[in-house]
Design a protein around this ligand. Structure first.
Ligand SMILES: [Zn+2]
Length: 475
């Protein structure tokens, strides 16, 4: 007898979409196929009229993280105990956060600290990218192979300081010499480099120029963190990746320029992947002028309608592999506090909305196939970042991480739809389809608008990337 059987829904699998039954035993999926009336189960879920998709994977979250735009304070973003509740409601079953390594620490210590913080505090499963911040000593790079072996094969680097040098902030930028070294290491040991790519010269010069011209209001952020900066940094990064043989995952691609650089690299069979944010695909720099405009902002910046078009083209067809949030959960007050180009709070609050927004905007409005929807919300992140096939797919042998989407829902989102912080940038957004049930490793987490799971049920998931992903564009 099975523990759980989901029947009657439209199940989205890599082989196609069909009215299949999904059988679950313990934490894993054991069968996917046509209904067999003789099969018994402890619980049967009737998914008629609903889509049955792989639980979402949020590849980009900054929880329990120092709010670096406010250098005077010691404010942190909300932790996993608060934010992953929203993820669970939004159909997300795994997230990848960041473990920062600074010159004064080492990878092991930083990882232990981060894992301690998450232990017993996450509603959904998790892992961490290792973030290599600032002018790190060369010995730090010697620790890359061990981190990969332990199940942490992705390394985040920044090609620029996101904000100007005054007031003093924790350094982000890694010089291209060190980026080359990181790439050599990951290429050899089967890791991937996760890149925040902006041109440091262009962005820092713009800060200086805009200050001198007295144009420091935050509505100019897209002119400081501009399209040229993305174009130059994406192409320079791809150049170093091609020379070292490394695979690259570009976080928060915001402009047509970034998409085009990635598409071109992929046409040359380079293992280059782009992530974008649903915020970037749905909001533009015009939105900065609205009263709550900065609640849509994530560094680098919102761009123009033509860039949104390119992001959707990439998501619907090819070129943009994943959607993420750059989750950075703060109060509305903290999000809107900074009003200048150098102090607007970055990151966003939207992991809970991501699946529903991408379904509405991608599938319903832009003809994205259901399989592609599963790819850009779950499967591709799982494959590129090494969670596959345990995560990211409805298939026998995989973890029973599943979201049910009710496609008959057609309404404007309201504050009550969200479970994190005191606001959502998506309040008022019209959706057609919304996650209504979330299952994590065979256990129902959310149903009928209620959390029925346990805090602390989330586990750290060791990752290992399929070498195919690292040799050619395969997701
Ligand atoms: Zn980020």
């Amino acid at each position: 007898m099975l523990d759980l059987l989901i029947r009657g829904g439209d199940v989205v699998t890599p082989q196609g979409v069909g009215k299949w039954s999904v059988g679950i035993q313990g934490e894993q999926i054991v069968s996917v196929g046509v209904e067999d009336p003789s099969v018994q189960a402890g619980r049967v879920i009737d998914a008629s009229g609903k889509l049955v998709v792989p639980g979402g994977i949020e590849p980009h979250a900054h929880l329990a993280s120092l709010v670096s735009m406010q250098p005077s304070g010691r404010e942190f973003t909300l932790g996993p105990e608060e934010d992953t509740l929203g993820m669970a409601f939004g159909g997300v079953t795994t997230h990848i956060d960041f473990c920062w390594v600074h010159p004064a620490t080492d990878v092991q210590t930083a990882l232990q600290r981060r894992m301690e913080r998450w232990k017993g505090k996450a509603w959904v499963d998790y892992s961490f990218h290792i973030a290599l911040g600032g002018p790190l000593p060369l010995k730090t790079f010697e620790q890359i192979p061990d981190a990969i072996k332990e199940g942490f094969p992705s390394f985040k680097v920044f090609t620029n300081e996101v904000l100007p040098p005054h007031p003093r902030r924790q350094p982000f930028r890694l010089d291209f010499g060190r980026i080359q070294l990181a790439m050599e290491k990951v290429a050899k040991y089967d890791g991937i480099v996760v890149v925040h790519a902006e041109d440091d010269d262009i962005v820092q010069f713009n800060y200086e120029k805009f200050r001198e011209e007295g144009r420091t209001e935050g509505a100019n952020l897209h002119l400081v963190h501009n399209k040229l900066s993305e174009q130059l940094a994406f192409r320079r990064t791809i150049g170093v990746a091609a020379a070292t043989g490394a695979a690259v995952y570009f976080v928060h691609t915001s402009a047509r320029d970034g998409v085009e650089a990635v598409v071109e690299a992929r046409a040359h069979r380079l293992p280059i992947y782009a992530e974008t944010l649903h915020h970037y695909a749905c909001f533009s720099a015009e939105d900065y002028k609205k009263p709550r405009g900065f609640c849509y902002h994530t560094y680098p910046s919102l761009k123009y309608p033509d860039d949104q078009k390119a992001l959707w083209e990439g998501l619907v067809r090819d070129g943009v592999s994943t959607t993420a949030t750059d989750e950075y959960p703060t109060s509305l007050e903290a999000k809107l506090r900074g009003k200048q180009i150098d102090d607007v709070t970055g990151g966003n609050l939207g992991a809970e909305a991501r699946m529903g927004i991408v379904y509405t905007e991608g599938v319903v409005k832009r003809g994205m196939s259901l399989q592609r929807f599963a790819d850009v919300t779950s499967t591709n992140a799982a494959r590129i970042l090494g969670l596959y096939p345990r995560k990211g797919v409805i298939a026998p042998g995989s973890d029973a991480d599943i979201a049910l989407i009710d496609t008959s829902i057609n309404r404007a989102l309201a504050r009550e739809d969200f479970h994190v912080s005191d606001y959502s940038p998506w309040e008022g957004w019209q959706v057609r389809g919304w996650p209504v049930m979330t299952i994590l490793r065979g256990k129902v987490l959310v149903e009928d608008g209620r959390m029925v799971g346990q805090l602390g049920g989330g586990r750290v998931i060791p990752r290992k990337i399929d070498p195919v992903i690292l040799r050619r564009p395969a997701s």
